[in-house]
Design a protein around this ligand. Structure first.
Ligand code: ADP
Ligand code: ASP
Ligand code: MG
Length: 417
């Protein structure tokens, strides 16, 4: 039996009773994992949000290094408490910070990527039959600076450890039963997927489905690690994220997701000449602001309007940069809108199925939801809509494409197999 890696998220570790529940589940798994059990945990409940809130009360733009120093404390509380709960059950367990577990990251604060994992210290404890409890979301640079991996990053710690330890499966325990066709807390008709391909999960995660951190799916794909997303509060089978052949996928749309943390910036009446876009987006790239969708309007009086979206956290900086560029270029003005969100559909089955985009636009039009921007790739279509309409947009698009489990159409599909 290979090593097993399990990860319990903040909602599973919300209070002492939850931590004791996690300890009991870990104890049960220990019996089936004689080669070793590694458990990754997140900070308790909304701890990270509270820490971010305190930092922002003190400083509008806290220093990245100090932010990481602060946020890493949340997971440190969790590892110690879970180990104590495991000791109470008579099990051998040891807590390890990211640094102690050998998780080395690049030298970048708040969103560092893991560059290497030295598993020697973990292996030593496993050899002594200890359950190793690792703090998720954190690592250390080669020169000993504490870093964090970006919000939701404990998933990535777990999957990266599973890859490095050659674990057969990485179990992600959370507050839902698995990966659903859309967020079940927003659309009650959503249903659980038995399995999903890495490619589709990666798109869903990047487009806002927070059930898995995008980097964790990238890691899983890279190392071929099977991820099992399941609930901490029941023993139901969850969703397997794994390689799947296109032939195994019989649906044009696998999931619907949304990202409400978007903002739109527009620069108006920019002279229409070569180099304008390069100047604007070059200046944004220089400050590491990632731009998502871009629209350039048709020329009018030798000028264009260019609109683009950024993450709302980058909005203040994006406006300042765009204003500087606008002045240099002689553009008329810069406007912005924070009341926007992006709603997306994802599905490998879209390839070779014409008309999916038109159906999505039709569903939105039926609900009288205005589309402000559109972008497409082979397996996804995204639309920017007003933030106040995003939940309704998810609902109507979901109910158009993804029928409830066991519905007539889905049964028909099964009969064709
Ligand atoms: P954890 O604290 O365990 O890391 P998260 O809050 O990060 O949990 O992720 C779980 C949440 O992801 C769910 O409660 C759900 O609201 C949300 N979610 C969004 N999209 C989906 C989806 N397609 N399937 C399941 N959950 C989803
Ligand atoms: N505690 C961190 C967060 O809230 C990491 C995680 O939960 O995955 O973002
Ligand atoms: Mg999470």
């Amino acid at each position: 039996m290979p090593i097993l890696v399990q990860k319990f998220g903040g909602s599973s570790m919300a209070d002492v009773a939850c931590i004791q529940n996690v300890a009991r589940r870990v104890a049960a798994s220990k019996k089936d994992s004689p080669q070793g059990l590694v458990v990754v945990v997140s900070a308790m409940g909304k701890t990270t949000d509270k820490l971010v809130g305190m930092a922002r009360e003190i400083a509008s733009q806290p220093h990245g290094r100090e932010m990481d120093m602060l946020l890493a404390t949340g997971e440190q509380v969790s590892i110690a408490l879970l180990c104590m709960a495991l000791h109470e059950l008579g099990l051998k367990a040891v807590s390890m910070t990211g640094a102690q577990a050998g998780i080395i990251t690049e030298n970048r604060h708040n969103k560092a990527k893991i560059i290497n994992i030295d598993t020697e210290a973990i292996q030593k404890h496993l050899a002594e039959d200890c359950i190793v409890v690792v703090a998720g979301f954190q690592g250390v640079t080669p020169d000993q600076q504490i870093t964090t991996l970006g919000r939701g990053g404990s998933d990535t710690t777990a999957v990266a450890l599973a890859g490095a330890l050659d674990a057969a499966v990485c179990e992600i325990y959370t507050d839902v039963d698995g990966v659903y066709t859309t967020d079940p807390n927003v659309v009650p008709e959503a249903h659980k997927l038995a399995e999903i391909s890495y490619e589709e999960m990666l798109e869903l995660a990047h487009l806002g489905a927070k059930v898995l951190h995008p980097r964790s799916v990238e890691c899983a794909k890279k190392y071929g690690t099977m991820v099992h997303v399941r609930s901490s509060f029941n023993t139901n089978e969850g969703t397997y994220v794994k390689p799947m052949k296109d032939l195994e996928i019989h649906r044009p749309v696998t999931g619907v997701t949304a990202d409400a943390k978007q903002a739109k910036v527009a620069i108006r009446h920019v002279p229409d000449r070569p180099g304008v876009a390069a100047q604007l987006f070059g200046a944004l790239a220089e400050k590491a602001i990632s731009v998502d969708m871009i629209i350039q309007s048709v020329q009018e009086n030798l000028t264009n309007d260019i609109a683009f979206t950024v993450h709302e956290d980058d909005l203040t900086q994006a406006i300042a940069i765009t204003q500087q560029v606008a002045e240099k270029l002689g553009a008329r003005d810069v406007v912005y809108d924070q009341d926007v969100a992006k709603v997306s559909i994802v599905g490998v089955g879209m390839i070779g199925t014409p008309g999916i985009a038109a159906e999505m636009f039709e569903a939105l039009s039926h609900a009288r939801i205005n589309i402000q921007m559109i972008s497409t790739s082979e397996i996804k279509i995204s639309c920017v809509v007003a933030r106040s309409e995003v939940k309704q947009a998810m609902q109507v698009i979901h109910n158009h494409f993804v029928l409830p489990e066991g519905s007539a159409a889905e049964n028909e599909e099964l009969a064709l197999l």
